[in-house]
Design a protein around this ligand. Structure first.
Ligand code: AMP
Length: 284
């Protein structure tokens, strides 16, 4: 497995590959969710490159950039174990050269709502880094997790909007056996918070149950999710039901017309967690 540092290192590696290149961008602290993306990429491509880059532009000043876990050696070992061909670990100046002018790339219809409303500039940072990483790696395919559902929609739109010849592969959310979606941030949770964190997956399961047993009023579903979250001391940013394609609000749920997605962001203690569930017509 090669460890690449500079943009030129990656360009040289890329030129030497003859088959399909699969790309998995990450911020490190790899867990089975990330590793499942690598395995999906290996099924769809011949050569796999993983980036490990804690992107500062997607964090607000009051967020957890400084305390974000950085188990670098363990990350490299995971990549080796999963037969990754190259790991790109750029320095921040490789991605954002100090003399480079600020660049804005955005998909406002998707980035102003939900996560974007609670984390100003977050998606602008995501768009900027993903466009940059894509431009350096020039992958044929790139894998992203459904865990970050809104991010996935933004990246799909960015890729289509820039006419990039990159296939975006969606990978399902990997969960702990009790239902908690895996996240690099779960290690912040103490024992009590770890129990309360189950409220997110519980609320999503309840939402699915209500929808599949005939509830059509989004407000009732949202209320039910909020109740479960509140009884677990979760401080809710949002717990909503939306159109699965556009993330637009719904007057009424009709799975014959469109799939829906339930999305939650909540703070458990000082840890902000997100999770979601797509609900499709039972016949699909
Ligand atoms: P991150 O390192 O948090 O930026 O995540 C890198 C990639 O891993 C993103 O595409 C995430 O959606 C994906 N990811 C994170 N957690 C999970 C999970 N539990 N299951 C599947 N994919 C995940």
């Amino acid at each position: 497995m090669q460890i690449l540092k500079t943009v030129q290192d990656v360009r040289n590696w890329r030129k030497a590959q003859t088959g399909k290149v699969g790309f998995v961008p990450t911020m490190g602290a790899l867990h089975p969710g990330h590793l499942s993306l690598i395995d999906h990429a290996s099924q769809a491509a011949d050569h796999i490159i993983v980036s490990i880059f804690l992107n500062p532009t997607q964090f607000s000043p009051n967020e957890d950039l400084d305390r974000y876990p950085k188990p670098f050696e363990a990350d490299l070992q995971h990549c080796k174990d999963h037969k990754v061909d190259a790991v790109w670990t750029p320095h921040v100046n490789d991605v954002y050269p100090p003399d480079e002018l600020d660049l804005e790339i955005d998909v406002p219809a998707l980035t102003a709502i939900l996560e974007g409303a609670h984390r100003p500039d977050h998606f602008q940072g995501v768009c900027r880094v993903v466009a940059k990483l894509f431009g350096v790696v020039l992958p044929d395919i790139a894998c992203f997790g459904q865990k970050d559902f809104q991010q996935l929609k933004v990246i799909q739109s960015l890729t289509a909007g820039l006419s990039l010849p990159i296939e975006i592969i969606t990978c399902p959310t990997i969960r702990e056996p009790d239902g908690l979606a895996m996240s690099s941030r779960n290690i912040y949770l103490n024992q009590e918070e770890r129990k309360n964190a189950l409220a997110l997956s519980k609320a999503l399961r309840e939402a699915e149950h209500l929808i599949l047993t005939g509830e059509i009023n989004p407000s009732n579903i949202e209320h039910a999710m909020a109740q479960i979250l509140s009884t677990h001391n979760a401080d809710i940013d949002y717990a909503v039901v939306r159109n699965e394609t556009t993330l637009a609000e719904l007057d009424v749920i009709n799975l014959n017309l469109n799939d829906v997605v339930c999305l939650i962001a909540a703070n458990i203690g000082s840890t902000r967690l997100i999770d979601n569930k797509v609900i499709t017509h039972p016949r699909d």
